[in-house]
Design a binder for this molecule. Structure first.
Ligand code: MN
Length: 533
């Protein structure tokens, strides 16, 4: 039964595609690549689905205890129906009551190869498949052997790992719970089921929405563009991605030296904005921008500036606030390109705060924001205690959020939310969570509005969830020596003894991103419902 259409018939019969958001599979689409995927699937019972791409379908086994590198383990693997190749990177939620209802993550993926000569489908027919995996977690030689049929007639196989170089005695898949696609756990995917929110659409359209391609992406500057910036004198015209930027006073010091002893010039800030743009623009685009400007450097007092100046280039996107009262800002910049961000550096916008809502509907926040604001006597250890309490609270509520160091002294937690919430909804939700957190450590927290009545204690500030309030954007510099930046971190980094709120600067954060990535990025645009409290 090697015809893909025929092989998929069982799969189709078990699914009602008007309800489920799983891809229906257009059939065929054979490709030369031999991919494998293991999905961790919490249905009625937890299991791992091992799928090998063969002849245009995903030949599949359900492994209750999961594949392992442990050469002593003999895992039951139930041969289940083939799945369409469109299912390969499915990660999301299958509605309750549907076949396989539950949550699915891409636990591992990579390539596989048949370890013996001949047709792997024939080897499967014979009930004895030897194969090599090259994944993010799994590697080395595996063997699948058919043993028996269960009461429902399903074939029971054994999955084992050869005792080769890739073998690891005692290796447990449950010790490696995160998705290789998104970095999320099943709990987190279940809490923010991006795949389910389009389930009203036909399956072939829903499968498009399942990928991450819906999000815009930006390319950074080329080496030639950066070389031209370095070679420029005090100022000049810089060609960047088809735009012409007028740069001035490039050798002016904007940040005094930090620990590395070297002050930061405007040239370096312009370069940083251009290079960080692919990481930072996902947080800025389609949002009005508030600027904390320091045109003469951060050793002089800065000022808030929102109105786009008349000398701004005409390609800088603008948004007119029709609701502005007399004296309020009418025209905001919206930074949605690499040149626009670089322009902000030349303009002295050294701290960038994007709105929590997007245009055109600026009354709908897309994030619920928690701001752990240190008081004068608050230590960073106390900030970490508070952040961990929020972590526990969010885990308990099955809510996905990610911490972010501010670049100064504090920590924030950013929580993606679905459409339809107002700022008063997010403000009161964050207040309730924060009051619960604060009750457990009353000696650390003040609820006083005025700073001088806070007695140096930390404030769990829920009031930033408002249309005209903002928190510093991810990867924005902060006005301090050495140009520290605000950086999203993973929850487990709260336990890193080297963590500091101003650990990364505009000179070091790109190196971190190259190795660690941005753990907040997979949460952008997640349509998460906030549980009632
Ligand atoms: Mn399954």
């Amino acid at each position: 039964m090697s015809d893909p259409q025929e092989r998929l018939a069982t799969y189709r019969a078990k699914r009602d595609f008007s309800v489920t958001a799983e891809p229906a599979g257009t059939g065929g689409a054979p490709s030369g690549s031999s991919r494998f995927v293991v999905q961790r699937h919490r249905a009625r019972r937890l299991h791992y689905d091992l799928r090998l791409e063969i002849a245009g379908v995903l030949v599949s086994w359900a492994v209750p205890r999961g594949p392992t590198l442990d050469p002593k383990a003999r895992q039951l693997a139930v041969h289940v129906e083939d799945h369409p190749v469109e299912y390969f990177d499915f990660e999301g939620v299958i509605p309750k009551g549907e076949y396989g209802g539950g949550d699915v993550i891409v636990w591992d993926w990579g390539t596989w190869s048949h370890a013996k000569p001949g047709d792997p489908l024939k080897a499967i027919e014979k009930g004895d498949l030897h194969f090599d995996l090259q994944g993010q977690k799994l590697a080395g030689r595996f063997v699948l052997v058919r043993r028996d049929r269960d009461s429902s007639g399903k074939e029971q196989w054994l999955l084992l790992h050869k005792n080769d170089d890739a073998a690891v005695p005692g290796w447990d898949p449950e010790d490696h719970p995160r998705s290789v696609k998104s970095g999320l756990t099943n709990d987190q995917v279940a809490a923010a089921p991006e795949a389910l929110w389009r389930s009203d659409l036909p399956a072939d359209e829903a499968s498009v929405a399942l990928g991450s391609t819906a999000r815009p992406a930006w390319e950074g500057p080329t080496d030639e563009e950066l070389d031209a910036l370095e070679a420029m004198g005090k100022g000049g015209l810089w060609q960047l991605q088809g735009r012409e930027l007028k740069l001035t006073n490039l050798d002016k010091v904007l940040f005094p030296a930090g620990d590395d002893g070297r002050p930061v010039t405007k040239r370096e800030v312009v370069r940083y904005y251009a290079e960080i743009a692919p990481w930072m623009l996902p947080y800025l685009h389609d949002r009005p921008l508030n600027l904390n400007r320091f045109p003469d450097g951060v050793h002089r007092p800065g000022f808030w500036h929102k109105e786009v100046p008349s000398h701004a280039p005409d390609w800088l996107r603008q948004w007119h606030n029709a609701e502005a009262d007399p004296g309020e800002t009418r025209c905001y910049a919206v930074v949605d390109s690499v040149p626009a961000l670089a322009w902000m550096a030349n303009y002295g916008g050294l701290e960038l705060h994007a709105w929590t809502s997007r245009i055109p509907d600026v009354h709908q926040p897309t994030w619920a924001l928690i701001d752990i604001d240190p008081g004068t006597t608050t230590s960073f250890d106390e900030i970490l205690v508070l952040a961990r309490l929020y972590r526990t609270a969010l885990e308990h509520l099955h809510v996905v959020g990610m911490p972010k160091v501010t670049g100064k002294r504090g920590v924030q937690i950013w929580i993606p939310i679905a459409e339809g919430y107002s700022f008063s909804d997010t403000r009161s939700w964050v207040e309730k969570v924060s009051r619960a957190v604060g009750r457990t450590v009353p000696e650390m927290v003040s609820w006083e509005w005025h700073k001088d009545r806070r007695e140096g204690l930390a404030r769990l500030d829920y009031t930033q969830n408002a249309i005209n309030k903002t928190l510093v954007a991810p990867f924005s510099p902060r006005p301090a020596p050495g140009a520290p930046v605000s950086v999203p971190i993973r929850w487990d980094e709260l336990d890193d003894p080297d963590l500091r709120p101003d650990r990364w600067t505009l000179r070091t954060v790109l190196g971190r991103l190259a190795t660690a990535g941005d753990p907040l990025a997979p949460l952008i645009g997640r349509h998460q419902q906030l549980p009632k409290l």
